[in-house]
Design a protein around this ligand. Structure first.
Ligand SMILES: Cc1cc2nc3c(=O)[nH]c(=O)nc-3n(C[C@H](O)[C@H](O)[C@H](O)COP(=O)(O)OP(=O)(O)OC[C@H]3O[C@@H](n4cnc5c(N)ncnc54)[C@H](O)[C@@H]3O)c2cc1C
Length: 499
């Protein structure tokens, strides 16, 4: 008899441990999210969406959701600036036509989509610090025939300079985008991922994070000229970095330069605001979290306001690299540097002499740059023409743009707004990823995925996986894979295949 008890006791303890590690169906989880950007708001949205979908079969599993935001507005790196009564994106500005979560957000939140302006009024120039090494043509004509001819001429100009390499570049980007689309598959075929490596491997994207974009592009047969010029222009605009970023970040960056790009009228931040409003979130603005302590069965969060919050699950939805949140017990993640991008908004008029030109009208509407030590900016683009000599421009640079420099580049400067963004990771292949689960318990980190690529959509995709991971680790795998749950992105596929 004694022997029997000895044998069954470990089994009993094991069963108890299993029961404790997944929660009973009647228990609800309180969730605290740090950061109100697209990542934090998406976690709240998917937790509510997946938990409410199951509601008619069992009690709701997600209790109160709190989002903490140190600033007075939501959206994080989705922010706007106002110049001359117009609103412009100051951070994340463009979305890809296959960004299905964002499309679904725009649709379900009734936000208006802005399509890009016609390409005939836009021109690209590649500036090497001394001269434009390549320029496309532009026209002010609204005649469709003239626009068509111009577009054909520009395609020919591109082809003459870069040849068949352009097609190889497109194939490389399309292949990567197609792999990424696997993240919208239905739950039956799409697992919940415990780590970033697992998530990337499953979609066939991991290898691209182990090599530089340059290495990948040489392998697929791109000419050195295309890599040095057009590709470099794009990586400098989108990530403020050279072609030595990882192949995956590079492919994402190149995809963000294609056709059909869109944004939200009035500002992309409205996606975060809408998701927060529709997800029954308790929003704490102006509340910075300074410490997170695990107290055995829950977390205690302390804010700089002197407040203390208790929650079962904590989600960090902001890059940890430049923050000093105190964790107890301590957590360790791979060192990561953020790339700082200085976004300088200028209302004024460019100085044609700076570019060695006779008239400002000869300056392309988008000035991209190659890698060169003496180049003080990465790009200058026209955001709006108010009148003939009154425009709003956006300048991206790696270093701050001092007044003296701006006064050489601009002949007129009425208003200047400077923003220093801790913008995205400084990509370095092979990438090392922080864990999604920071402490092996219930402390999650959405922005571990940013080392793969940093965009609004990749944040939403990572957030969706984190929501499923929370449900599966708290209530068992079935909770995050039930056929009752419908992937909202799958709906977006049907709704938006035309965009
Ligand atoms: C200049 C620029 C251009 C870009 N262009 C594009 C683009 O065109 N398209 C695209 O898709 N992406 C673009 N991106 C990238 C995109 O902005 C990000 O990938 C995405 O917005 C990240 O969202 P997030 O929610 O993960 O982080 P964030 O938006 O950074 O949100 C984190 C939030 O957490 C808050 N926070 C931080 N610490 C605390 C704390 N201790 N307590 C409380 N709150 C805290 C922050 O204030 C912030 O609001 C761009 C980024 C920059 C900077």
């Amino acid at each position: 008899m004694m022997n029997n008890i000895n044998n069954t006791l470990p089994l009993f303890i094991l069963a108890l441990l299993i029961l404790c590690s997944t929660r009973s169906y009647s228990q609800t989880l309180s969730v605290c999210i740090i950061g109100s950007g697209i990542a934090g708001s998406s976690v709240a949205h998917f937790l509510r969406h997946y938990s409410d979908d199951l509601h008619h079969h069992s009690p709701p599993r997600i209790g109160p959701i709190r989002i903490f935001e140190r600033h007075g507005v939501v959206g994080g790196r989705m922010a706007t600036v106002s110049i001359a009564g117009h609103t412009f994106e100051a951070g994340a500005s463009i979305l890809h036509p296959k960004n299905y979560h964002a499309l679904h957000y725009a649709e379900s939140l009734n936000l208006t989509i802005k399509k890009p302006s016609s390409s005939s009024s836009l021109s690209l120039g590649i500036w090497d610090g001394h001269k434009f090494v390549f320029k496309t043509l532009t026209t002010n004509s609204t005649c469709p025939f003239t626009q068509k001819i111009l577009s054909l001429t520009n395609s020919c100009l591109m082809f003459f300079r870069y040849g068949l390499s352009l097609f190889r570049m497109n194939t490389f980007v399309e292949r990567t985008v197609n792999n990424f689309l696997k993240y919208y598959e239905v739950f039956e075929s799409r697992p919940v991922f415990e780590t970033v490596d697992e998530m990337l491997n499953w979609a066939g994207l991991h290898k691209l994070t182990t090599r530089t974009l340059q290495e990948e592009l040489v392998d697929v047969g791109l000419s050195p000229l295309l890599i040095q010029e057009l590709v470099t222009v794009i990586t400098r605009i989108n990530y403020g970095q050279s072609v030595s970023i990882s192949g995956l970040a590079g492919a994402v960056s190149l995809a963000g330069s294609g056709g059909g790009l869109w944004s939200i009228v009035g500002g992309n931040w409205q996606m975060a605001a809408g998701l927060i409003n529709s997800s029954r979130v308790i929003l704490h603005l102006h509340e910075e979290i300074e410490s997170i302590s695990y107290l055995g069965d829950h977390y205690e969060l302390n804010s700089t306001e002197g407040n203390s919050y208790q929650c079962d699950v904590t989600v960090v939805a902001t890059p940890l690299d430049e923050l000093n949140i105190r964790f107890t017990p301590k957590i360790t993640i791979p060192m990561r540097k953020l790339q700082h991008t200085h976004a300088t908004f200028v209302r004024g008029f460019l100085n044609s002499a700076y570019f060695g030109l006779n008239a400002a009208s000869e300056i392309p509407t988008l000035v991209g740059t190659v890698e060169s030590l003496d180049l003080p900016f990465s790009s200058i683009s026209v955001l709006k023409q108010h009148s003939e000599q009154d425009m709003t421009y956006k300048v991206f640079s790696r270093e701050p743009m001092e007044d003296e420099l701006l006064d050489r580049i601009f002949s007129v400067r009425r208003e200047t707004i400077r923003i220093d963004w801790g913008a995205y990771p400084h990509y370095k292949a092979p990438e090392r990823f922080a864990p999604f689960v920071l402490d092996g318990q219930h402390l999650y980190y959405v922005n571990a995925f940013e080392n793969a690529a940093s965009t609004m959509e990749t944040s939403a995709v990572a957030a969706e996986n984190i929501a499923r991971l929370i449900l599966s680790r708290s209530f068992g795998q079935a909770a995050a894979s039930s056929s009752n749950l419908k992937s909202s992105a799958a709906d977006a596929y049907d709704l938006h295949s035309d965009l």
